[in-house]
Each structure stands twice: as structure tokens, then as C-alpha cells.
Design a protein around this ligand. Sequence first.
Ligand SMILES: [Fe+2]
Ligand SMILES: [Fe+2]
Length: 145
Amino acid sequence: MLIQWSEALEVGHPIIDYDHRMLVNIANDLHRAVKFKQGDESVIGGLKRLVQYIETHFAREEALFLDTRYPHVEKHMKNHRDIEKLVHGFLIAFETDPRAVDMEKLLNFLKEWLIKHIGKLDKGYAPYVIHAETKTAYGRRKGFV
Ligand SMILES: [Fe+2]
Ligand SMILES: [Fe+2]
């Protein structure tokens, strides 16, 4: 297993925590496909799921920033764009020539990035967003509170 889910990774927002668990699961599946040599197609499938879910999750977080008028978005969104580019680049490179991609390096990076991004940037916005949602009809309508 690449990443063991733990309470330390929880930010306290149910939808965001669900997304993060999904990302950890996808990263672990990808790790398994590489470790047990399940073939290039499995790795490509895993990378595609990763690219897709990263996009879905970032869009969800950024919609929350907008809806709750969270102010500290610049660095956070820049990090999202960088990761999207990087992971998409890995997918293209792997599809072009699987032997040219150091999957070990990608997986280690992914692990460090997830733990750091969730632990610092995501935990940084969560209390603000949760608080803002509990105060607004928006939060109630969406079933967040
Ligand atoms: Fe996140
Ligand atoms: Fe984020």
C-alpha cells in the first residue's frame, strides 16, 4: 500500500474527505498495478482515473472557495494547476513510451504531494468553508450541514 488513510488526513468536511479518500484509493490501486506488474494497460487505466478524479476534486474545491468567498485561493489554485499539468504529463509520457517513465518516482511524489497538500493547504481552508456553510442557506440546501 502506498498511502494508509488515517484521521490525520481528515479535514472535517464530509464531501472533501470522501474525495480525498478516493484519491488515496486511486493512488493505492496505481501503486498495486505497478508493484505487481499488472501490465501497461492497468497503469494507463490508473493514471486516467487519477487525472480525471484530480480534475473533479479540484473543481469541487474551487467551487467551494467561490461559493464561500474564501480569500486565500491564489497559492492553492496555482498548486492545483501545477499538479494537473504534471499528472497529465505523466499519463501522456506513459502512453507514448511506458519504459521512459519512472513510475516509482511518480508514486513517491504523489504520496508526498497528497499528504502535504491535504495536511497544509486543504486543512487551511476547511474550517473557513465549514463555518461559512453552516451560516448560509447554501450549505443547508446542498446538504452539507
Ligand atoms: Fe483537496
Ligand atoms: Fe486543494
